[in-house]
Design a protein around this ligand. Structure first.
Ligand code: HEM
Length: 153
């Protein structure tokens, strides 16, 4: 059972990461339409905004929910077997800190989705390109934490 949940967790995480890496790119393209003339600018933004909404609704939200469900499921199975000290392991604390950071970033992208689509986002294309690598760096720390199960000393 544990291995099936772990496999499903990894699949959900792949989809979540794909969405987290792609959505800021769509925001960057949206912000960079300012130098285009009308009606091309509105046409491009219309298309980009449909993609942004679909990516959030069809990929990002379900994938985050499933990553959480399967992740928490594994925590329950671990706690049943090893008890609460499972949480006190440094690698698990690092993993959960990464989970918190990615979840906050996901929610921020959700807030920005409304702002971008209302035309009131103050973020530039450069901002979205620069922050685009953040989820990947967090993911490196998280994946290496679970695969090595590192500890101090
Ligand atoms: C959404 C909340 C999440 C929770 C509650 C969670 C929790 C867990 C737990 C309890 C395990 C089992 C660890 C073990 O038994 O060794 C696990 C495995 C794993 N997690 Fe997560 N996780 C979450 C999100 C993520 C994310 C965002 C990533 C990647 C960026 C990720 C990558 C992995 C990988 C690769 C494994 C398998 C490690 C292995 O089998 O050696 N998880 N997760």
């Amino acid at each position: 059972m544990f291995d099936i949940v772990r496999g499903l967790h990894i699949l959900a995480v792949i989809a979540w990461m794909a969405g987290l890496l792609f959505l800021p790119r769509l925001y960057a393209y949206d912000a960079e339409q300012t130098d285009k003339a009308e009606p091309l600018r509105s046409e491009m933004r219309g298309l980009l905004r449909v993609w942004q909404t679909r990516l959030m609704k069809i990929i990002l939200r379900p994938a985050m929910l499933l990553s959480w469900i399967f992740g928490v499921w594994m925590i329950v199975l671990h706690v049943q077997g090893q008890g609460w000290p499972f949480f006190a392991q440094p690698w698990m604390i690092a993993k959960l800190a990464g989970v918190a950071a990615l979840t906050v970033w996901h929610e921020y992208l959700g807030i920005e989705l409304k702002r971008v689509q209302a035309g009131i986002s103050t973020r530039s294309g450069k901002f979205w390109r620069m922050t685009n690598e953040i989820p990947f760096v967090i993911a490196v720390v998280m994946v290496l934490s679970v695969t090595t199960e590192w500890t101090f000393g």
